[in-house]
Write a protein that binds this ligand. Structure first.
Ligand SMILES: [Fe+2]
Length: 338
């Protein structure tokens, strides 16, 4: 399929990125990059022109996946999508969606869909998540930079987060970091050292970092449900660039002690999350949706606060079907802390 990209803005000297129009066989997508690097790379884009009121045609899905490969994070405003539309579009992006592990049946779930994760702050009875509840402490790990589901041996490729109801203006943000450009800018000597490393990812490691008191010792059934997983640190991203596959879930590096692993991993996370590789998306309206590629970005949420207001956001997660989806399961034997 051939695409024609046309710049509609000539304001090359402004800091506001130009809007690109992507003409396909159906419709017209308008693409506004969020970050443009001096060397020519881009990260994040707002996309307009998708008709969300009906099933998305396959050729438009193909165009959107090509944009996702390029920009790693796509933002869509006021989609009007409901749960069914959210799930249906997600299923066009991959055959398998993750089932929410906190789903205990429709009558026990506020959202009522096993394929949607309730990642807002509202309980089943309509009250807000209570400070110091287990859910509150579990969420603290999500405020650390991470990729979703890197702790699964078969990881997930995409996450799609959709807002239901108007968010509070000025108070609702999700933050993204570009692990491709960050890798590109590393010293060549360090790249050589990192090239063949394998990392153990463990959900309980990030929960402990987020909430040492409550998750210092996760419950036995929690640990049994989510054992660690093993993935290469340096990977080829879907867009063809090398990228760091990192997350707060990353615990130990092959051949290194836990202490030295953490020093290296957080040095790399700090490198990737410098302001030049980061943008923050503000949630503005009901129906806003962000779709990110966990294989070439990291993200983090704002923490719950005692004075927060209701926020209803729901996430679908598309399981990876690419060549690196299963990571390196045989590497388990390399890790003494496994
Ligand atoms: Fe996340």
């Amino acid at each position: 399929m051939s695409h024609t990209l046309t710049e509609t803005s000539t304001t090359a000297t402004t800091s506001i990125p130009p809007t690109l129009q992507l003409r396909g066989e159906v419709g017209l997508l308008r693409v506004r990059p969020v970050v443009q690097y001096e060397g020519g790379g881009t990260f994040g884009a707002e996309v307009e022109g998708v008709d969300w009121s009906k099933p998305i045609p396959d050729d438009v899905v193909d165009q959107l996946i090509a944009l996702e490969d390029k920009y790693a994070v796509l933002i869509f405003r006021q989609t009007g999508l409901d749960n069914d539309g959210h799930i249906a579009f997600s299923q066009q992006l991959g055959a398998d969606l993750e089932v929410n592990p906190f789903y205990y049946g429709r009558e026990n779930d506020r959202v009522g869909e096993p394929y949607l994760w309730d990642v807002g702050n509202i309980e089943l009875d309509g009250s807000l998540v209570k400070p110091n509840s287990r859910r509150w402490h579990h969420s603290l790990g999500n405020t650390l930079w991470h990729t979703d589901s890197s702790y699964h041996q078969r990881r997930s490729k995409y996450s799609l987060l959709l807002s239901h109801g108007d968010p509070v203006r000025g108070g609702s943000w999700t933050h993204f970091a570009d692990t491709r450009q960050a890798y590109t800018d590393l010293p060549e000597e360090l790249k050589l050292q990192l090239e063949d490393l394998i990392v153990e990812h463990d959900l309980w490691h990030s929960r402990k970092l987020g909430s040492p008191v409550v998750y210092g010792n996760p419950l036995p059934h929690e640990k049994a449900a989510k054992p660690p997983a093993y993935h290469r640190l340096v990977q080829i991203s879907p867009g063809g660039q090398k990228a760091l596959y990192l997350a707060a879930h990353a615990k130990t590096v092959s051949g290194m002690s836990l202490e030295d692993s953490q020093k290296l991993l957080w040095k790399l996370i700090d490198h990737c999350t410098q302001p030049k590789y980061v943008f923050s998306m503000e949630w503005l309206n009901a129906g806003d949706m962000v779709w990110w590629d966990n294989r070439q970005s990291m993200h983090r949420a704002n923490p719950y606060t005692e004075d927060m207001t209701a926020r209803d956001v729901r996430r679908s997660t598309v399981i990876d079907d690419g060549p690196l989806a299963w990571g390196v399961p045989d590497a388990k034997s390399l890790f003494t802390t496994a």
